[in-house]
Design a protein around this ligand. Structure first.
Ligand code: SF4
Length: 340
């Protein structure tokens, strides 16, 4: 069965063979409360519950294949009926705030050299419903999730319509009710996508995986830079901020010996000029097959000092969940091989 999210009552009626629109609403409300088993939807007639549960395993199309936990991070591997497998993560910040990190595609076509998902290539786009189902599954783990980041597998802006539909569904007042301002879309710098996001003008936050503010280095590590170099990216970001007036995050994945020199800090400082941006330093999470090294403590300190001197607004994020490959740039489905 395809996902029931992002559907009208009539569509749900047709998909499930229901008699009345209010029955579709009961089912939708139940899923949002974390009830996925039709037999447990006791507001429906018993015969209907029995018929639905004989026909469908669950009210969700996605099935959790694996659950891993470390440092209060929970990672789920979720499979869909066509055999596609994605991962989603629930992160805790220690102060009781929970964030869902959702995937937007199965694999990714962007091929960023430091990212494990990039090694998979693009298998397919996720539907809006499949994106929302990840939130449903993470919410059913028991804690209230208030924030969402589209930083799982895939480039959300390359699956623009589905990502927007999912964002609207997650925002619905009669649904999860997540504020747009608590949702962040991450992009590797897909300029046409940033322009479209500027045009749709919904107050979601934007994070750009910058990695280097030098065109030569960035083009070597991130193929997207060959199509949309830094100057074009910056123009798109200036325009985005002009319309939306919200602080951007520039994700700066620190790669040992590659983007941590004083010169790199100066380039980064120049890129930040004219933008209201917070640089998020993320020491690279080692992925053995990718051939990079994590920065040393000394390298990180020297880079931070250089940024401080240059008055660059930055923060440092130690990724959680490294032990379960749930950290930034580590998502890729090991389980993929087991499903086929
Ligand atoms: S960093 Fe993001 S855009 Fe780049 S390959 Fe990984 S998932 Fe794709």
């Amino acid at each position: 069965m395809e996902s029931l999210f992002c559907r009208s009552d009539r569509e749900i009626m047709e998909m499930l063979g229901l008699d009345k629109p209010f029955q579709a609403r009961i089912i939708r409300d139940s899923i949002i409360k974390g009830v996925f088993d039709f037999m447990e939807m006791t507001s429906l007639p018993k015969a209907m519950r029995e018929r639905l549960s004989q026909r469908f395993r669950s009210a969700l199309s996605g099935r959790v294949m694996e659950k891993q936990e470390a440092d209060s991070t929970v990672k789920l591997a979720v499979s869909f009926p066509d055999g596609a497998i994605i991962e989603c993560v629930r992160l805790a910040d220690g102060s009781g705030r929970y964030t869902a990190c959702l995937s937007s595609q199965v694999g990714c076509a962007m091929g960023c050299a430091f990212c494990r998902t990039g090694t998979m290539g693009l298998v397919r786009n996720l539907t809006a419903g499949e994106i929302v189902e990840q939130f449903a599954l993470l919410s059913s783990l028991g804690e209230r999730i208030s924030h969402i980041v589209f930083m799982g597998m895939g480039e959300a802006l390359a699956n623009f319509t589905a990502a927007m539909d999912a964002i609207h569904e997650l925002h619905r007042e009669d649904g999860y009710g997540i504020s747009y301002r608590k949702m962040t879309i991450s992009t590797c710098g897909l300029v046409p996508g940033i322009k479209k996001l500027t045009e749709v003008d919904i107050p979601v936050r934007l994070a750009v995986s910058l990695v280097s503010a030098d065109d030569g280095t960035r083009s070597r590590i991130m193929r997207i830079n060959r199509s949309y170099p830094l100057q074009e990216l910056k123009q798109a970001l200036v325009s985005f901020q002009h319309h939306q007036d919200r602080r951007l995050t520039l994700e700066y994945c620190m790669l040992g010996g590659i983007n941590t020199s004083e010169e790199s800090a100066e380039e980064l400082s120049r890129f930040c000029r004219g933008l209201d941006a917070l640089v998020n330093l993320i020491p690279w999470n080692p992925v053995p097959e990718l051939g990079f090294t994590a920065p040393t403590e000394r390298e990180m300190k020297a880079f931070e000092n250089a940024l401080r001197k240059l008055k660059v607004n930055y923060t440092i994020r130690r990724s959680k969940g490294q032990g379960i490959s749930g950290a930034c740039g580590q998502l890729a489905t090991d389980a993929r091989t087991r499903s086929h």
